[in-house]
Structures are given as structure tokens and as C-alpha cells.
Design a protein around this ligand. Structure first.
Ligand code: PD2
Ligand code: ZN
Length: 215
């Protein structure tokens, strides 16, 4: 293991095979550090992750580091829910696949967050790392160093994940996944990003945040 999550894409393989899943490497970028994958999840796995939380989704929150708690905010209009790490056989299998793909221990990952966006809903530009060195969110696991975002369905229009500093936008496609990392946890990582508004249909994603230490 290295000191940062990173897929083994040196040498430009077109596929990475993990436990019977042929994961396609679609695109990579060095700054921001971004790698896009297709066929990370099967369609059955996408449906399973949605079905497991659909009955209990609630208005999403954002981290307020001043109040030291998660609060509702107009910048994030989606709804969502969480899985604890290893909560179901499916969740454990997906987490194991992420750990192998990114060469990063399962124990250094937060539980999976699942988000649902309806037409007009979005997640405005933000960073996933914590800005305050003394944030209470860092007591367990330390700083976030990477994000692995899995697209669970394909909205008809809109709902891409954009990186405004570089003009990059990833289109959501069921089963595909976006990895980006920010080892320095500051703006030099160029990982400011947004979930653009869904224009038609709905969008479901699952996010795994990766920490420096055991979470
Ligand atoms: O749903 C997205 O595309 C998105 C965009 C930005 C999700 C997140 N951030 C996140 O979960 O942090
Ligand atoms: Zn984010």
C-alpha cells in the first residue's frame, strides 16, 4: 500500500480484473487526480444498493465545521441515506472491490452514502476534505484523501459531476465510477467539484470517502 489511494493504472491497462468483475478504465487525468471506470458495478448490484435504502432516504445534510454537526443546506438539495461498513453482503463485496481497485484498506473508508437527486436537485461546488485541522469529523480516521463515486442509474439528462477548475464533467452512467484524490487537502488538488442539476429523470449515486487512517 502506498500513502494515498490510487488505482494500478501505470502502464495504461484497459481493464482491471477484480474477483470476476472486468472493470474498464475509461479516462484518467493527473491534475485534478481523476480516474473514470466503467462496469465497476453490475446493474444488479446498482439496483441492490438502491433497494436497500430506498425506504429510508431523508433530506441530505452538509458538514458544518463551526457547529460540529451535519446540517441541511440549500447547496445540497438531494436526499439520501447511509450503509454502515459491511452492513450487507452486497455492501461488503463492493467495499472489498473498492479497496482492491484503489489499493487502500477497507478500514480506512467511511460507510457508503447513497444519494438520490430528482429534477432540479444538485450538489453545488464543494470540496470533500475537511477544512479545519481541528475538525471533530477527523477524530476518527483523520482527513479525507479521496472520493469514490459510483453511479447507480443513468438519468436521461443532466446530473454530471463537474470539476469547475478544469472544465471536466463526468456523465453519470449506471455501473460506472469516478475516483478523485486530494492528498494535500487544499485547493492545489483542484478537486472542487459539483453534482450538476438533474434535467430529466432521476439520479442515484453511492459515495465512499477514503481517510488517511482507520475510520
Ligand atoms: O452526485 C454527485 O455527482 C456528487 C457530486 C459532488 C456527489 C458528491 N459530490 C459527494 O457525494 O460528495
Ligand atoms: Zn463531493
Amino acid at each position: 500500500m502506498t500513502n494515498a489511494p490510487e488505482p494500478s493504472v501505470a502502464g495504461s491497462p484497459t481493464y482491471i480484473h477484480i474477483d470476476g468483475q472486468d472493470i474498464k478504465i475509461v479516462a484518467k487525468m493527473s491534475l485534478p487526480r481523476v480516474v473514470v471506470f466503467d462496469n465497476f458495478l453490475s446493474l444488479e448490484e446498482c439496483e441492490g444498493l438502491i433497494n436497500g435504502v430506498e425506504h429510508k432516504i431523508e433530506q441530505s445534510t452538509v458538514v458544518d465545521e463551526t457547529l460540529n454537526k451535519a446540517v441541511a443546506h440549500s447547496a445540497r438539495t438531494s436526499s439520501g441515506s447511509y450503509y454502515h461498513r459491511g452492513q450487507t453482503e452486497l455492501v461488503a463485496r463492493v467495499e472489498e472491490r473498492i479497496a482492491k481497485l484503489l489499493n487502500w484498506p477497507v478500514e480506512n473508508g467511511e460507510g457508503l452514502q447513497v444519494l438520490k437527486y430528482e429534477v432540479g436537485q444538485e450538489y453545488r461546488p464543494h470540496n470533500d476534505y475537511f477544512s479545519g485541522a481541528s475538525s471533530s469529523f477527523m477524530v476518527s480516521g483523520g482527513q479525507r484523501v479521496g472520493t469514490f463515486l459510483m453511479y447507480l442509474n443513468t438519468p436521461a439528462r443532466g446530473g454530471g459531476t463537474s470539476f469547475p477548475d478544469s472544465g471536466l464533467e463526468i456523465a453519470p452512467q449506471a455501473g460506472s465510477a469516478l475516483f478523485f484524490s486530494y492528498i494535500n487537502a487544499d485547493s492545489s488538488s483542484k478537486t472542487l467539484h459539483a453534482g450538476t442539476p438533474v434535467l430529466e429523470g432521476e439520479k442515484w449515486v453511492a459515495t465512499k470517502w477514503l481517510r488517511t487512517g482507520k475510520f
